[in-house]
Design a protein around this ligand. Structure first.
Ligand code: BES
Ligand code: ZN
Length: 456
């Protein structure tokens, strides 16, 4: 073990430089004109995995973005861990708010700044570097390892169900390991046991069939932007609860013991407000902010489009208005059913003077993970050894669609061992990764693979 940890420690400069190389590739999955960069990132990873000594490394095309796969199966009789990560990233805009170029990674203090630094290139790289340390120093791994890296996580993993269905045999494993979340604080590791699901929709409101002069028509024609604003205002009640009838029907109530457990977590609401840049939290007063973030569903408007937004003034009644709306779901809400409930409510609240249309974009199921399985103990052991602190258990508000796909399609449980921090600014300008935890992550991953063995 000492040799392997030393091997990893001595390679720190190279580990950082290689990660920087990967981060330079702007693999933005949602933008169609970034297809070549997505392909480039997939090829880069495949070449890197081959160089590490992984076998059967292949870039599998899918309907949209490729899946990169590789394996090392030289530990007969030992368990097999399927390590998942995603090499796609979110768009970098608003660009002017970045202190350095999002795709020209920069180290400032203890942080590495770049789009994808924490979400998820930096975190998937942790495991590649742990594998490298083993293979370089001992030419073998303590367990069998399969790696699956996808390029569509940020857009809902829509090609993965088919990929998994077509590669059931290839993906057989005992447990899934995912590092795509964060821990509570730099020195306080945490294991995520709950993730929210997602129903993402686009709501279009159509008014007149072309833009109209607001003088000649204003007062007699319903403005679709105004209509959309009225409709959006009806999506929540005055307490901040989602107002869609039936929305909460399947929400599993929080047990008293879970509430007590969440209340014991070292959560600092003032720090949360400071980090988010808000003066106070918002939402259903019947739940604490932490409960609302992890264990309660939401509805959010992600963006609005319509009318004239250029410099100066233009006097029109626009023909259309559009809203992008996401709903974060918790067990046992069903993403498709939620889309239907949303659509019927929209029908009900659409004024007769305009037309509305709802289009679903993607879905992800919420997940609650088992904490009583041996691999969870291995994760605890690994965090203890890697960070010197016993991990806590948390529920997260984000979504990782593949978690329920692995469970439903392959019967596999996942372990969510994140190495990011709550203030990594995921999906925002100045995304970053706290480098001390990149290296502690590599140590923890080394310990995790060891702890998974029969002996461990
Ligand atoms: N890494 C995040 C998920 C995450 C964020 C987990 C914070 C835990 C804490 C992931 O890459 C992500 O952003 N997923 C999307 C999925 C969606 C498009 C279905 C999300 O949550 O918005
Ligand atoms: Zn991610």
């Amino acid at each position: 073990m000492e040799n392997i940890l030393t091997q990893a420690k001595d390679a720190r400069e190279a580990q950082l430089q290689e990660l920087i190389e990967l981060l330079r590739i702007p693999s933005i999955s949602t933008l169609p004109d970034h297809r070549p960069q997505i392909a480039e990132a997939a090829q880069w990873l495949a070449a890197h995995m081959k160089a590490l000594g992984l076998e059967e490394v292949e870039v599998y095309p899918t309907e949209r973005h490729p899946v990169v796969y590789g394996q090392w199966l030289g530990a007969p009789g030992q368990p097999t861990v399927l390590i998942y990560g995603h090499y796609d990233v979110q768009p970098a805009d608003p660009l002017e708010q970045w202190q350095s170029d999002p795709f020209e990674p920069q180290v400032r203090g203890d942080y590495l700044y770049a789009r994808g630094a924490a979400d998820d290139k930096g975190q998937l790289f942790v495991h590649l570097k742990a594998i490298e340390a083993y293979l370089k120093s001992t030419k073998c791994l303590p367990v069998n390892v399969k790696l699956l890296l996808e390029g569509e996580e940020e857009i809902g993993s829509t090609s993965l169900p088919q990929f998994i269905a077509e590669h059931q045999e290839l993906l057989q494993a005992d447990i899934v390991l995912i590092s795509d979340s964060h821990i509570l604080a730099p020195d306080q590791p945490s294991i995520v046991y709950g993730l929210r699901g997602m129903t993402y929709v686009e709501l279009q409101v159509q008014g007149p069939d072309h833009d109209l002069h607001s003088g000649s028509y204003g007062g007699a024609v319903h403005n679709p932007l105004g209509a959309l604003a009225t409709m959006i205002a009806k999506l929540h009640d005055e307490k901040g609860r989602v107002a869609i009838p039936g929305f909460y029907d399947r929400v599993r109530p929080l047990s008293e013991s879970e509430r007590a457990e969440l209340a014991r977590l070292p959560y600092d609401e003032a720090a949360f407000c400071r980090e988010a840049g808000i003066s106070a939290t918002w939402g259903d007063p019947d739940y604490t902010a932490l409960e609302r973030l992890g264990a309660r569903p939401t509805l959010d408007v992600n963006g609005l489009l319509g009318g004239f937004t250029g410099a100066g003034a233009k006097t029109i009644i626009p023909a259309q208005a559009m809203a992008k709306i996401s709903m974060r779901l918790v067990p046992d809400q069903e993403p498709h059913e939620i889309a239907q409930l949303f659509e019927s409510y929209i029908k009900q609240i659409t004024p007769l003077t305009v037309q509305s249309q709802v289009r679903a974009i993607h879905f992800a199921e919420p997940a609650l993970l088992r904490r009583d399985i041996p691999a969870m103990q291995a994760a605890r052991q690994a965090y203890r050894a890697g960070f010197g602190t016993e991990p806590l258990f948390t529920r997260e508000g984000g979504s990782i669609p593949v978690v329920t796909l692995f469970k439903k399609q392959l019967g596999l449980d996942s372990i969510l061992m994140g190495f990011g921090l709550p203030d990594d600014r995921l999906h925002s300008p100045n995304e970053r990764f706290y480098l001390p935890n990149f290296y502690r992550g590599i140590r923890s991953s080394i310990y995790f693979l060891q702890a998974l063995t029969e002996e461990g």
